[in-house]
Write a protein of this length. Sequence first.
Lengths: 183, 119
Amino acid sequence: MRTGDDHQLVARVVSAQDTAAFGELVRRHQSQVRNFLRKLTGDIATADDLSQDCFMHAWDKLQTFSGRGSFIGWLLKVAYTTFLQSKRKSKRYVEILEQAGHATEMNGPGYSVQHDEVTDLDKFLAVLTDQERAIMVMSYACGLSHREISDATSMPVGSVKSVIFRGKEKIRTSFDIKDHQHG
Amino acid sequence: MTSKIINMAETIKDAEDRFLETMFASAPIADDGFSVAVVRKVRRGLWLRRLAVPVAALIGGVIAFKPLAGLVAAVVSLSSLLPQELLSATTTLIPQAQFIVLGAMLLVACLLGVRSLEE
């Protein structure tokens, strides 16, 4: 049940540290955030851990939400930042292990599917870089506008459009999909 | 006008866009206690933060007690070096000086306690 719009709930959280209002925000948006991170990481467990971290960061930074634009756009920005931070940490971890002379079998920065069933979407996502994947998912799975994606990724709108164009081009060439011949 | 055209261009979707939207679409994920777990974590963090300042003050007080007692003893022993006239003049001027200092310290402690309770 929707007891008020997102902005009212955010106001309640910021002014009175209302955890019940925050719980309502989490309930409303957990599906989109978890779906976004699952598509970014390719692993359900990692994505769900990152989603929890994302909401914890959101709780800490909620006063920075200006109210301009949608709350889900802001939340996906937090989710993307959380993903990049975790990526940097695991990269640094691998570097330390390598410096210490340990062989590592960890996956690189690329996307790797950690579940049994590999779907067409998994194949599509695997040919994209992290940035392309994030932007394509924001655009096609989450329905964010180019302006909202620009805010979420701190990139100019023109660059967002060219990343989407490049992503589509990669998918098209990798899977031999002809223009306007789908469906 | 230009921004309207740009917005219109963004909303016009070709077959490829529609195909990608279908490909990227996924079923909503059931909450299954996720939001409850997040809120529990948030509440735990809040309590830890509220407890952190009083606990840190208590630990700091315990650690600082011995050196402070030594400092007070040193100051008292130094006071014997001061001229007797000066000491008697001070006690005449402010006979309740030690009680005033003690009261001020208690007031500050009470104010801090009330503030943390309010939070």
